[in-house]
Design a protein around this ligand. Structure first.
Ligand code: L3W
Length: 441
């Protein structure tokens, strides 16, 4: 059974409220941290090996150490709660059930980074969660964990919750900062990275909700103990939101040493696939990461078991490997149609493209149009090659990763499931009446 660090108290009734959270030891990590120096906290975070839980897996301690500290310029911590990646809903769970874990993590992080004003930028569709967060902030403030001279240390910290308007692009950190400044959420060119020039051109650390929540157990058990959980550079625990064709969709905390097979089939996690269907494929890290067919999902190209961690999921390189991403684990059984699935994602990325870069603005819509045609049985064989060509021209040619995120699912679907695309071209009369699954072989 995986060790629980973040969700260990999630089942306790009333854990959303300060009184219950305190009874479970809540804010003792903050009390400990505020007796340490910011540099000591930073060392713990570096030692922990924590990697950003939003999708990129960038080492958190390294990001924090990049934070510029010019004299007299305020610095900020911004929590990215714009969780909009299809298949990803772990941050929602954390904020809804454990708001004080996030607030406590923010307090420790803000103290370490020297942020007196920190923000939570939350996706617009999570309409009921800001009230939960604001209630927790009020409780923390009344108890002296936020506000002026926190716990008599002389450190001041306010946390504000900002609701987004419901745009996926605002999950990209620089678009988020633009939006937080009250502008249209268009991504900025990097460098400069937010750590140097972020919110209102001030040094800013942008971290995912889960990354900041993980700071609490890191301080609690120490970075060295945290680093002992997991394997290699995949230290600590990771939240996985599992959905699709599984018996037990939900949010699970894993310790990154379990295999993909165990995660899908064991009763502790997904509980297998409904109706005894066969596994066809999986998108393990949110919709942006490449789809992987069952044979490569359960084993690597070298025949090793595939594990639920950053390295193993990426093993095999771009050709076969995928990514841990945000941990949005989407399972497709043998009856699911990869063409339809890819078309649905293409529609999403086209809708969410900010339109700033031509390859993304034009290419995402073009890919959607062709995929729609193929899916309806109106495509030609050349359309499959055209689709391949378009995604190649988007990848790497845009300001932000939305272009890559739109291109990768199409590339991986054609690479691994070209026969399904060809089946749609060859069987136009069947396209609208039946899905393409293994049964059609
Ligand atoms: C200072 C340097 N800072 C890098 C920082 C950078 C950022 C972090 C990672 O995209 C991916 C995307 C999605 N000095 C730095 C530096 N940094 N070098 O490190 O940066 P980067 O550019 O690798 O990634 P990103 O722009 O943050 C995130 C993928 O994750 N994804 C997840 C999507 C998840 C959601 C959600 O709903 N939670 O949207 C899934 O795969 O496609 O590729 O902070 O500033 N020299």
């Amino acid at each position: 059974m995986s060790k629980k660090l973040l969700l260990k108290d999630a089942h306790i009734e009333g854990i959303r409220y300060l009184e219950t959270y305190r009874k479970q030891g809540g804010y003792t990590a903050a009390e400990k941290a505020l007796k340490m120096t910011p540099d000591e906290i930073l060392e713990e975070v570096k030692t922990s090996g924590l990697r950003g839980r939003g999708g990129a897996g960038f080492p958190t301690g390294m990001k924090w150490s990049f934070l510029a500290k010019p004299e007299g310029v305020p610095r900020h911590l911004v929590v990215n709660a714009d969780e909009s990646e299809p298949g990803t809903f772990k941050d929602r769970y954390l904020m809804e059930f454990l708001p004080h874990l996030l607030i406590e993590g923010m307090l420790i992080s803000s103290y370490c980074l020297g942020s007196n004003v920190s923000y939570i930028y939350i996706r617009g569709e999570y309409s009921w969660i800001p009230d939960i967060l604001e209630e927790a902030i009020d409780e923390a403030k009344a108890a002296g964990f936020l506000g002026k001279n926190i716990l008599g240390t002389g450190f001041d910290c306010e946390i504000y919750v900002q609701r987004g308007g419901g745009a996926y692009i605002c999950g990209e950190e620089t678009a988020l900062l633009e939006s937080l400044e009250g502008k249209r959420g268009n991504p900025r060119l990097k460098p400069p990275f937010p750590a140097v020039k972020g919110l209102w051109e001030r040094p800013t650390v942008v971290n995912n909700v889960e990354s900041i929540a993980a700071i609490v157990p890191i301080i609690d058990i120490t970075g060295a103990e945290y680093a002992k959980i997991g394997i290699g550079r995949s230290t600590g625990t990771k939240l996985i939101s599992a959905c699709g064709n599984i018996n037990k969709p939900g949010v699970y905390e894993i310790d990154m040493t379990i295999t993909v097979e165990e995660f899908i089939y064991s009763e502790e996690y997904c509980g297998g696939i409904p109706n005894g269907k066969k596994l066809k494929a999986c998108i393990p890290g949110g919709s942006s990461v490449p789809i992987v067919p069952a044979n490569l999902l359960l084993k690597t190209v070298n025949g090793e078991p595939r594990y639920m961690n950053y390295e193993s999921l990426a093993d095999g390189g771009f050709a076969t490997g995928t990514m841990m991403g945000s941990g949005g684990f989407i399972v497709l059984d043998e009856d699911q149609c990869v063409v339809e699935h890819t078309m649905t994602l293409a529609r999403f990325y086209h809708h969410e493209s900010c339109g700033q870069c031509t390859p993304c603005r034009e290419g995402t819509g073009w890919m959607h149009k062709i995929l729609k045609k193929i899916e309806k049985g109106e495509g030609k064989m050349e359309d499959i090659d055209l689709l391949w060509d378009i995604q190649r021209k988007i990848e790497g040619n845009t300001i932000c990763p939305l272009g890559d995120a739109a291109a990768w699912p199409v590339a991986a679907a054609i690479r691994h499931f070209r026969d399904e695309f060809e089946w749609h071209v060859k069987n136009p009369e069947l396209c609208l009446t039946q899905n393409y699954g293994l049964a059609n072989y």
